[in-house]
Design a protein around this ligand. Structure first.
Ligand code: AMP
Ligand code: TRP
Length: 332
C-alpha cells in the first residue's frame, strides 16, 4: 500500500445544500486530498444544535444531512476512499468533549472570534447563551483528535478554532503525556469567498450565497443580483476589478478571460450586466458535471443512509481505541 501523508479530519454542520463558499473554501480540497491522505469527513450534527432555536431546527438535521452528503458525493467524496459519517453516531465524541473540557480554560473559549461574533448576532446575554455554544471549539477539538486527525482542511473562518484545538492538545499532552498530534489547518487557494453582497463572506444565513445544486437559470438570477463596484453607478464609468467580487469569481471560474474582463471593466467597454452574464455561463459550465452526478445520486433513495451507517462503523472502531487510551492516561 502507498504510504499516506497523514490523516485528514474535517466536518461541516448539516445546513442543507452547500454553496460556492463551502465548495471553494473546503469541499474541493476534501476531494483532492483523498488520494494522498487517509480522510475522515464528518457531518457535525451536534454542532448544529449549539444554536438551536426550536424543535424545527432539530428536525431539519436529518433532511439537511441527506442534502449535504449528496453534495459531498457529487463533488467526488468517495466512500471507498474516505470515511463519511455523522458525528452523533459515534457517541465517544461526547465523552472526549467532556474530558477535554476539564483542561480548557474558559478564557480561551470566550476569546474565540466566532463566539464573539455569534454573541453579537444573537444579541445574546448570560441568560440566552447556551453552555454548549461556549464549548463549540472543545467539541470540534474532540472531533479531530478522537480520530487522531493531524490535518484539517477548512475555510479561513475556521483558523481560530483549529488554533485553539492545538492549544488544547498541547495542554492535554503536557498534563497526561504525549497522546495526540497537534492538528494543522490546510487552506485552499480561495479560503474566503465573499457573498453576492460583495461585503461579507458567503453564507447561507446572510442569504448572499449561490447553492451548487441550483438550476442554470436560478444560478444566473442569483449572480445577476451580485453587487459590483458601488462607484460604478453608470455603464460608462470605469470599474475597479480589484474591489469587485464578481471579478474575483471570474478569476476562479473564467481564468482564461480574466485579462480581457479586467481590461473591459477598467476601460468601461464591458458593463456589469454582461460581465455577470458571462460569469453565470462559466459557473454553470463548471458545475454541470457536479449537477448531473447529483441528480443521479439523489435517485438512489437509500444510498446516503447506507454510506453513513458503514462510515459510523469504521469511525467508531478508531474512536473506541482512542477513548480507551485516554481513560488510561487520565487514570479513569
Ligand atoms: P459552514 O457551512 O459554515 O459550517 O462551513 C463549512 C466549511 O466551508 C468550513 O470549512 C468553512 O470554513 C467553509 N466555508 C464556509 N463559508 C465559506 C466562505 N464564504 N468562503 C470560504 N470557505 C467557507
Ligand atoms: N466548525 C466547523 C464549521 O463551522 C465545523 C466543524 C466541526 C469542524 N468539527 C470540525 C471542522 C472538525 C473541521 C474539523 O465549519
Amino acid at each position: 500500500m502507498v504510504q499516506k501523508k497523514g490523516r485528514i479530519f474535517s466536518g461541516m454542520r448539516p445546513t442543507g445544500r452547500l454553496h460556492l463558499g463551502n465548495y471553494l473554501g473546503a469541499l474541493k480540497s476534501w476531494v483532492e486530498l483523498q488520494d494522498d491522505y487517509e480522510c475522515i469527513y464528518c457531518v457535525v450534527d451536534v454542532h448544529a444544535l449549539t444554536t438551536l432555536e426550536s424543535v424545527q431546527d432539530a428536525k431539519a438535521i436529518v433532511p439537511n444531512t441527506n442534502e449535504m452528503v449528496l453534495d459531498w458525493l457529487a463533488a467526488g467524496i468517495d466512500p471507498n476512499k474516505s470515511i463519511i459519517f455523522v458525528q452523533s453516531h459515534v457517541p465517544e465524541v461526547m465523552t472526549l468533549h467532556t474530558l477535554l473540557s476539564m483542561v480548557t480554560p474558559l478564557g480561551w473559549l470566550m476569546r474565540v472570534p466566532t463566539f464573539k461574533e455569534k454573541l453579537r448576532q444573537m444579541k445574546a446575554n448570560d441568560e440566552t447563551v447556551n453552555y454548549g455554544l461556549v464549548g463549540y471549539p472543545v467539541l470540534q477539538t474532540a472531533d479531530i483528535i478522537l480520530y487522531r486527525g493531524d490535518t484539517v482542511p477548512v475555510g479561513e473562518d475556521q483558523v481560530p478554532h483549529v488554533e485553539l484545538s492545538r492549544e488544547i492538545v498541547r495542554r492535554f499532552n503536557k498534563i497526561f503525556g504525549n497522546t495526540f498530534p497537534e492538528p494543522k489547518v490546510k487552506l485552499t487557494e480561495s479560503p474566503s469567498i465573499r457573498g453576492l453582497d460583495g461585503k461579507t463572506k458567503m453564507s447561507k444565513t446572510l442569504n448572499n450565497h449561490v447553492e451548487l445544486a441550483l438550476s442554470d437559470d436560478e444560478t444566473r438570477k442569483r449572480i445577476m443580483s451580485a453587487v459590483t463596484d458601488p462607484q460604478r453607478t453608470h455603464r460608462n464609468i470605469p470599474g475597479r476589478p480589484d474591489i469587485c467580487n464578481v471579478y474575483s469569481l471570474h478569476k476562479i471560474f473564467n481564468e482564461r478571460k480574466v485579462n480581457e474582463i479586467e481590461q473591459g471593466c477598467t476601460s468601461a467597454t464591458l458593463g456589469c450586466v454582461d460581465c455577470k452574464m458571462d460569469l453565470a455561463v462559466n459557473v454553470n459550465k463548471h458545475l454541470a458535471p457536479f449537477r448531473e452526478r447529483r441528480t443521479a445520486l439523489a435517485n438512489q433513495p437509500d444510498l446516503v443512509q447506507a454510506i453513513l451507517t458503514d462510515g459510523a462503523k469504521r469511525a467508531r472502531k478508531i474512536a473506541k481505541s482512542v477513548i480507551a487510551e485516554v481513560r488510561g492516561k487520565m487514570g479513569l
